[in-house]
Structures are given as structure tokens and as C-alpha cells.
Design a protein around this ligand. Structure first.
Ligand code: IMP
Ligand code: MG
Length: 178
């Protein structure tokens, strides 16, 4: 196993079947709609790339880059838009795709921001959810796994920009960031 990894929390096979399952649900829910998927970079890029191949209705994608963490494992509460959308979302059925909802501060800020642009609908799909750490009232409409309060990496999630390429979700050994 990779150095600094304490344990694998969600295996590659489990990820694959969960993503397929979410894709089926989204296919059903977005039939006949005007699906506009927003990928929150960089964490959600791998999840979104896998997910949209399981969504069997026409869709468009766009990306946003936001920063809330810097290089620590705790949220600062300050969200900055570093790259905004290229297209307008007005009147469209927007689905924000995220890697993880932790305190919820990032998604709270983002949903308020997107809502002010008048989409027809707005929903959130997050691969992971850490409900124990929530500071604001945000619940993802679609979620892969609810996980305990541990810092995880892999499948797009990083610690100080590393480990995004691991094909599984793993708990980082606290030694790696202490
Ligand atoms: P929130 O604003 O606290 O909900 O944090 C959201 C962002 O923090 C996510 O999009 C991730 O980039 C990052 N984050 C939160 N928890 C973890 C974790 O366990 N591992 C890696 N990144 C995390
Ligand atoms: Mg991150």
C-alpha cells in the first residue's frame, strides 16, 4: 500500500458500482430536462468524469475552481472563486458535482451564488458526505457515501495536492500531516 495510507475506506470496486448506481438515478431524474453539470475542480474531476458516462440523457458540463482550504485539513470558511463558469445557467437544470461535503461552507456559498443566476433547478451531487462536521444547513440531494469524521484522500481528493490519483478512498495516517 501507498506510504502514509492508514486504511482503505472505499475500494475501487465499491466506487465503480456506486457511481453506476448514481448515474442510473440521475438518468431517471433528468429525463426530459436541460441538464447542466458543474464540476467543482479539482477534487470532483475524477468523480464527474466517471459519473457523466453513466448519465444517459443529453447534458453539458462546465467547471468552477474554488478555494476554501489552502494546505490545511480544516476549512477556513472563506470561499474564493478562482475560475467562474464559462456559460450562463439561467433557466437550466443545474447539478453541482462535488467530491465531499464537510463543513458545508463551500457548497452553501456556491449554491447561493448559483441560485442568484436564476437556474430552473439546482441540485447537489457529492460523492462523499461527512455530516458530523457540518456547520451550515446543507444536505446533498445525491450522495455516494456518508463517512465518519476522518480526513480522506484518493479518487480526486487531496492532501496538499497529493494522493488525488489513488483509485480508492483512503484514510490518511495522521503522521502524514502532523
Ligand atoms: P467544506 O467547505 O468544509 O464543506 O469543504 C469542502 C472542501 O474541502 C471539499 O471540496 C474538499 O476539497 C475539502 N475537504 C473536506 N474534507 C476533506 C477530506 O477529508 N479530504 C480531502 N479534502 C477534504
Ligand atoms: Mg481540496
Amino acid at each position: 500500500m501507498e506510504k502514509n495510507i492508514k486504511k482503505v475506506l472505499i475500494s475501487e470496486d465499491d466506487i465503480k458500482s456506486k457511481v453506476a448506481e448514481l448515474g442510473e438515478i440521475l438518468t431517471r431524474d433528468y429525463e426530459g430536462k436541460d441538464l447542466f453539470v458543474i464540476c467543482i475542480l479539482k477534487g470532483a474531476m475524477i468523480f464527474m468524469a466517471d459519473l457523466i458516462r453513466h448519465i444517459k440523457v443529453p447534458l453539458e458540463i462546465d467547471t468552477m475552481v474554488v478555494s476554501s482550504y489552502g494546505h490545511s485539513t480544516h476549512s477556513s470558511g472563506i470561499v474564493r472563486i478562482i475560475k467562474d463558469l464559462d456559460q450562463s445557467v439561467e433557466g437550466r437544470d443545474v447539478l453541482i458535482v462535488e467530491d465531499i461535503v464537510d463543513t458545508g461552507l463551500t457548497l452553501k456559498y456556491l449554491s447561493d451564488n448559483i441560485l442568484s443566476r436564476k437556474p430552473r433547478s439546482l441540485k447537489i451531487c457529492s460523492f462523499l458526505d461527512k455530516p458530523d462536521r457540518r456547520k451550515v444547513d446543507i444536505v446533498p440531494d445525491y450522495c455516494g457515501y456518508s463517512i465518519p469524521d476522518e480526513f480522506v484522500v484518493g479518487y480526486g481528493l487531496d492532501y496538499a495536492e497529493k494522493y488525488r490519483n489513488l483509485p480508492y478512498i483512503a484514510v490518511l495516517d495522521p503522521k502524514a500531516y502532523e
